[in-house]
Design a protein around this ligand. Structure first.
Ligand code: ADP
Ligand code: MG
Length: 307
């Protein structure tokens, strides 16, 4: 029987200790499941198109794997691998939708998913300035202060801001004017508090409550404290539903607390880091992810030769 082989693709610029420990959790789970999982950083692969044909080159590449565990957000690379016929978990489409916070909310619309009221900033080209108050007035008609501003692409709470009045809004808007961003209703009942629910293959596998007494953002890397949490059924159901709508194989869903304690979707992380949840709950989410991938590949009848 052939050993199943996978590439675990990560970003070459992201080698923090915690991140490398996360990768270690995948390696451990792979060893236990008998999967040969190779870490590849995105800059170690050269992709392109030549004479109308897609290609993939790189010193490390001798043979294509049975699957790709895509932990990077390099959606062009993920798409190239898909076009070359590889099974990529999560897909490039899912990563793109989750990476762009405005697109996540657009995708979730029409399914009755509770989410903060969200405005999507108009595109402003590089180097351009704003010479009228029209859009500022538009924001103020739709939302009341304080208002949450988020760059569409961001992580660890670092690109999420809370503005209290027009002056702060204008100052922050001018700083991020040409970056895609959103304006959002502030869910005051969830100040400094949120829930991370890890979903794999439509199942809740772990959850933690994150709280901060010093900041409205509950991210751990921003000073939040974590504790293992058994989410109410409504939190579980919402996280599962959101992943199903987006088509995520696995994800870390962030939920806020509404006024009556009901869950409200904050964001969906297709590339959630799994070290903190392991520290907090003892659960290695990687084991669930790899077991799920095994099952998906076995269910794929075109790969009937798999063990
Ligand atoms: N609309 C909101 N109302 C209240 N708190 C929010 C809101 N949006 C985000 N937060 C807080 O800020 C944190 C970071 O926001 P999030 O959208 O998850 O961005 P990131 O991708 O940087 O984690 C959340 O975990 C939550 O604590
Ligand atoms: Mg988050």
């Amino acid at each position: 029987m052939n050993q199943l082989t996978g590439w675990m693709i990560s970003n070459g610029g992201l080698k923090t200790q915690k991140y490398m420990e996360s990768l270690g959790l995948y390696e451990k789970a792979a060893r236990e499941l008998g999967i040969q999982l190779e870490i590849i950083f995105n800059h170690e692969i050269v992709i392109g198109i030549q004479e109308s044909v897609l290609f993939i080159h790189g010193g490390l590449i001798t043979k294509l794997p049975d699957f790709v565990l895509f932990l990077d957000k390099d959606i062009r690379l993920a798409y190239q691998l898909e076009r070359l016929g590889l099974r990529v978990f999560n897909s490039s489409k899912v990563i793109a939708v989750c990476d762009d916070k405005s697109q996540t909310f657009q995708e979730l619309a029409y399914y009755g998913i509770p989410m903060p009221k969200t405005l999507i900033a108009p595109l402003v080209f590089q180097g351009m300035k704003e010479d009228s108050m029209v859009y500022i007035e538009g924001i103020e008609k739709e939302l009341s202060y304080p208002i949450v501003m988020k760059e569409s692409y961001g992580s660890f709470g670092e690109q999420v801001y809370l503005v209290q009045n027009r002056e702060e809004l204008m100052a922050k808007r001018s700083q991020i004017l040409t970056k895609p961003h959103i304006y959002q209703e502030f869910i005051g009942s969830s100040k400094g508090r949120d829930v991370r629910v890890n979903i794999v293959g439509g199942q809740v596998v772990a959850a933690m409550l994150r709280t901060s007494s010093t900041d409205f953002r509950a991210n751990i890397s921003n000073g939040g404290q974590m504790q293992a949490f058994t989410p109410p059924q409504s939190f579980k159901d919402l996280s599962v539903k959101v992943c199903a709508i987006i088509g995520a194989d696995f994800a870390g869903v962030d939920l806020l607390f509404g006024e009556k304690g009901e869950p409200i979707v904050c964001e969906v992380n297709s590339n959630a880091h799994i070290k903190n949840i392991q520290l907090c709950t003892g659960i290695n989410v990687a084991a669930f992810i790899l077991q799920y991938i095994l099952k998906e590949l076995r269910d794929d009848t075109s790969l009937a030769c798999l063990p």
